[in-house]
Ligand binder design. Structure first.
Ligand code: HEM
Ligand code: HEM
Length: 121
């Protein structure tokens, strides 16, 4: 798992995150600003930074930990953002999904940190 795939997914979040920012500015409806912030920060910025780190240090990118981290982060983030958007629009029933997916992203972050400490030489 090379950094390039992280960077390509990051670019998709950049388009979505700034797209939502432009939509919020254009409509003067800022209710979804936490979705915008986290699409940009957990999507664009975090994925791009991880991708750049994995490109710079390929020994980190090929590990089992990195593969699990990739799938956990990338499978949890889209439902987390959808659940957050629904929550902010008043649908409280998706709170548990938001909690579980947020915790999963937290796990992915810990896996990244463990991978870095174990394998960065
Ligand atoms: C075309 C690009 C962008 C537009 C039009 C835009 C627009 C906005 C708007 C309208 C808000 C809501 C402000 C408020 O209600 O207080 C906002 C908040 C925010 N944006 Fe963006 N944004 C853009 C790009 C970005 C990018 C690239 C990032 C991060 C890398 C970012 C991070 C944030 C954050 C963290 C907040 C929340 C700030 C707070 O806590 O008050 N934005 N943005
Ligand atoms: C699983 C990971 C994360 C969770 C569960 C989380 C959760 C939260 C929560 C609950 C808030 C307060 C929202 C509010 O009061 O409306 C918040 C705000 C914020 N977080 Fe995160 N966060 C996460 C990751 C990150 C990361 C990685 C960054 C930056 C790289 C970040 C940047 C921010 C910023 C700038 C704000 C203020 C803007 C806003 O309210 O949306 N967060 N986050």
């Amino acid at each position: 798992m090379r950094g390039i795939v992280w960077l390509k997914i990051a670019a998709v979040y950049f388009v979505l995150g700034t797209g939502l920012g432009i939509y919020m500015g254009a409509t003067d409806d800022h209710v979804l600003f936490p979705v915008h912030a986290h699409l940009n920060l957990l999507g664009w910025v975090s994925l791009a930074l991880i991708g750049l780190i994995y490109q710079q240090f390929p020994a980190l990118a090929g590990t089992h930990l990195a593969r699990i981290q990739f799938w956990v982060h990338n499978l949890a983030l889209p439902p987390a953002m959808l659940a957050l958007a629904c929550y902010l629009r008043g649908n409280q029933s998706l709170g548990p999904i938001l909690g579980i997916t947020s915790a999963a992203i937290g796990v992915a972050v810990v896996l990244f940190a463990v991978n870095l400490f174990r394998n960065l030489k």
